[in-house]
Design a protein around this ligand. Structure first.
Ligand code: D5M
Ligand code: FE
Ligand code: ZN
Length: 591
């Protein structure tokens, strides 16, 4: 019986879709309850086509205009039997008719539908609470003033056959740029700059590690050398020259401002947890160690036999910030406009989604919550970025690439605030930290209200902090730490947070600029940490921090193929700022 109804529902919905008609859930139940619903449906479709005021939405009010009196009577009678809850829903909605003029449920998202009708989105929650939440539940603190920018979407939402009343439009953007290296990158171009940078890094990391309770006992390295007997000590510093001995133990040098000392961690069953930490430690990272000091004999230098090691990390009780308002942030990167491999079709689908062009009510509701969009680097493909790039380009002029980018981004609704952080394909220096793209290249974007930022930057949107870093050092770290995998970018991102530094080690492929302040330290714990660059989507949590690698909108190039990179184009993570729950929208599967 149940399956027959589901089958009938499917046929009815298919018929309605093919006739270009949307239906409310109440109406759908109503039709299923009449005798011979399929035959009557044909009559209904025919009847409605004669109603001049009919706007393709088969709602309860349409019934009264049907000329077949028998059908009208049956439908009305059924409607009066419809359960109390549904009627209540209708009343609530009509009270707020300024927000949602017509309650039209897309034919694709009824909860009882078979699996093939469910929306193609993944969520951090198993249930979509929004399906039960009417916009009237989330009304307070609305504003009516509209910010004027030059962005005027080509797709006017009023032209849609679907209702799209984005809640985000009702709220004024509320953001702050907390950190941006642009205009703060001072350098003398001398060796001294590296010294100053390391000193700043050491001091800042030391301040952070000192917040760990066990670190209060740490002593300076030069004090340890004064000890002549074997006692337990603890100290902290930057790691150097990590190596594994022939017996499989780990040996490294620890350095602070007073000296250097050797530390040995024995690879035995008692030390399993600490071996795991040291296996994931990189040169130039800060650690705290505790153990027995052996002063050495016959003039040989002393060594610490460590029985404990820790990194700065994120406190286990970290509590993220939430927005008081029901808004979301969408996180994208690596669009690569100008490249032959730019997936323009997928990007158009994303823009259509932002404009409420989805035929799925749930997706339209999710789109309507989006107040902020982060473009985390590589918006354009640039020129001369990698060997033989010219063979992969359809637009070979950087200004024209930006022109195309602004033409595309112009179609994003103007109530969405966009942040654009510079990546390694933008016309800015390659070394990080990297300033924002200069206005001369992207004047149109700036005029449209897009905020250009340096890499990395920290922004606060509606109370929630997002650390945005393109991710240049991700390949280096993944290569050095053997159990990391470039296809699992979230694991690499965790290491950045544990070490509290975005490019911990010098000497890899990542170019680090010799500036006198270290902008790559994760001083403030973000609520959301967003990277890109690897072109592989990932999303997860670490100690209540939401981690996102946004993926890309570019198919595999020969250059990527040479590194074995299998990109995941067309996936967009969206984070709800009031709960930090997330969705990942796969535009390869959404029509
Ligand atoms: O990076 C495109 C992809 O290629 C991304 O997955 C990073 C990878 N890539 C780029 N440069 C390197 C190096 N030097 N080693 C390994 N993998 C790399 P994009 O920044 O978009 O060109
Ligand atoms: Fe890229
Ligand atoms: Zn990149």
């Amino acid at each position: 019986m149940e399956s027959r109804i589901t089958e009938q529902k499917k046929v009815i919905l298919n018929k309605l879709i093919n006739s270009g008609i949307n239906i409310s859930p109440t109406m759908l139940d109503n039709i299923l309850n009449i005798n011979n619903p399929l035959k009557n449906l044909n009559l209904l479709i025919k009847e409605t086509s004669f109603i001049p005021s009919f706007k393709s939405h088969l709602t309860e009010t349409v019934i009264k205009d049907i000329s077949d009196e028998k059908l009208q009577r049956v439908l009305k009678r059924n409607l009066s039997k419809t359960n109390h809850l549904l009627l209540q829903e209708e009343t609530t909605t009509s009270e707020h008719s300024n927000l949602q003029k017509e309650v039209v449920t897309s034919t694709l998202i009824d909860k009882n539908l078979p699996a093939e009708f469910s929306p193609v989105i993944e969520s951090s929650k198993t249930e979509y609470k929004s399906q039960e939440t009417s916009p009237s539940d989330i009304l307070p603190k609305r504003i009516t003033k509209k910010k004027t920018t030059k962005r005027t979407p080509r797709f006017e939402s009023t032209k849609s056959i679907f209702t799209f009343n984005p809640i985000a439009k009702e709220y004024k953007s509320n953001y702050e740029v907390i950190q941006d290296p642009t205009n703060k990158l001072f350098t003398n171009g001398k060796y001294d700059d590296f010294y100053e940078l390391t000193l700043d890094k050491y001091n800042k990391l030391k301040t952070l590690i000192r917040k760990r309770p066990e670190v209060s006992s740490a002593t300076n390295i030069n004090n340890i050398f004064r000890i002549s007997n074997s006692i337990e000590i603890s100290t902290l510093g930057l790691v150097d020259k990590i190596r594994q001995t022939k017996k499989g133990n780990y040996l490294f040098t620890l350095e602070d401002l007073t000296g250097k000392i050797s530390v040995l961690i024995q690879n035995n069953s008692e030390n399993l947890d600490f071996v795991k930490i040291i296996e994931r430690t990189l040169n130039d990272q800060m650690v705290f160690v505790k153990g027995f000091y052996n002063p050495g004999e016959h003039g040989r230098k002393g060594i610490i036999f460590a029985s404990y090691i820790s990194k700065i990390d994120i406190p286990t009780n970290f509590q993220p910030n939430f927005s008081p308002d029901p808004l979301s942030i969408a996180l994208i990167s690596d669009i690569h406009i100008g490249s032959k491999e730019f997936e323009e079709g997928l990007f158009t689908k994303f823009i259509n989604f932002l404009n409420g062009k989805s035929n799925n009510k749930l997706l339209r509701e999710k789109a309507g919550r989006i107040k902020y969009l982060v473009i985390n680097g590589d918006l354009i493909d640039g020129i001369g970025i990698y060997p033989n790039q010219q063979e992969d380009l359809v637009i070979t002029d950087i200004y024209k690439q930006f022109k195309k980018a602004s033409d595309i981004l112009l179609e994003i609704p103007d109530y969405i605030k966009i942040f654009f952080v510079s990546g390694n394909h933008e016309p800015v220096r390659n070394a990080i930290p990297r300033p924002a793209v200069p206005k001369k290249y992207c004047e149109d974007l700036v005029n449209m209200g897009i905020k250009c930022l340096g890499n990395p930057s920290l922004i606060k949107t509606h109370n929630v902090n997002t650390l945005i870093y393109h991710g240049e050092s991700m390949h280096d770290i993944t290569r050095i730490i053997h159990d990391l995998d470039i296809n699992k970018p979230i694991e690499t991102m965790k290491e950045f947070l544990i070490g509290r530094h975005l490019a911990p080690t010098f000497g890899g492929k990542t170019q680090i600029a010799p500036v006198n302040t270290d902008h790559l330290i994760v001083e403030k714990i973000p609520d959301i940490f967003h990277t890109g660059h690897v072109h592989i989507n990932g999303i997860g949590k670490y100690r209540n921090v939401t981690l996102v690698n946004s993926g890309c909108f570019q198919a595999q190039t020969d250059f990527m193929k040479s590194f074995g990179i299998m990109p995941t184009p067309g996936i967009v993570p969206v984070i709800e700022l009031d709960s930090l729950d997330f969705l990942t929208l796969d535009f390869k599967k959404i029509n």
